[in-house]
Design a protein around this ligand. Structure first.
Ligand SMILES: Nc1ncnc2c1ncn2[C@@H]1O[C@H](COP(=O)(O)OP(=O)(O)OP(=O)(O)O)[C@@H](O)[C@H]1O
Length: 188
């Protein structure tokens, strides 16, 4: 199971990527993920074995039944695209790209007051914002974490990861976020 999913119980694209990577390595090594093998006087499970030998000497742990059928270019392509690590860092990178500075949040809301306040939720107060031209030119809802909210850094990160990966007509799309010190905002 993806360690991140085991911790949060929130399914994300990374969990699928992790699982796909595990299945590919099961095929390549001929070992089940929970199976252990003896290397010297150590007993290693498949994930530890792959992590340790992936960059050096991995070839000798390929399932003997397919080793001869696997040509070097195919193995090279597999190693380049095996997914888990590179895809996860790409996904993280993408979410980081959707960050904006607090000054842009503040300038798009203007004065935080009754005029701009459109709601109140568990996360915090929701304001209507009018972003400048450098964003998309439309009205947005900006959820600002209330300092005394029971939700915090962990919930903020989890929710961002979830909404970032959703794309459905009934779900208001996430646009950007802001994370500066105690100020955590989500823009829809
Ligand atoms: N995109 C939006 N457009 C217009 N109003 C919104 C939008 N998002 C939230 N609101 C207003 O803010 C209120 C609180 O919304 P919010 O989603 O924060 O509540 P919540 O269910 O407590 O969720 P959370 O726990 O994430 O804060 C809503 O009831 C609604 O009035």
């Amino acid at each position: 199971m993806d360690p991140a999913y085991r911790e949060s119980y929130i399914p994300k694209i990374e969990s699928n990527v992790y699982s796909l990577g595990i299945v590919l390595f099961e095929i390549l090594t001929g070992m089940r993920v929970d199976e252990k093998t003896c290397i010297g006087d150590e007993e290693l499970n498949m994930v530890t074995l792959v992590r340790r030998y992936y960059n050096h000497g991995f070839e000798k742990y390929i399932d003997p039944q397919i080793r001869d059928e696997l040509d070097a270019p195919s193995l090279h392509t597999f190693k380049e695209n095996h997914g888990a690590a590179s895809t996860i860092s790409r996904i993280n990178q993408k979410l980081e790209d959707f960050r904006i500075p607090l000054k842009d949040i503040n300038s798009s809301i203007g004065v935080k007051g009754q005029e701009t306040r459109i709601g109140d939720g568990g996360f915090g107060v929701v304001y209507k914002g009018q972003p400048s031209g450098s964003w998309q030119n439309r009205s947005v809802a900006i959820k600002c974490l209330r300092p005394e909210s029971y939700q915090g850094e962990h919930e903020f990160r989890n929710e961002l990861n979830m909404i970032f990966n959703f794309n459905h007509e009934n779900i208001i799309p996430f646009i950007v976020s802001c994370d500066e010190g105690n100020e955590k905002d989500k823009v829809y």
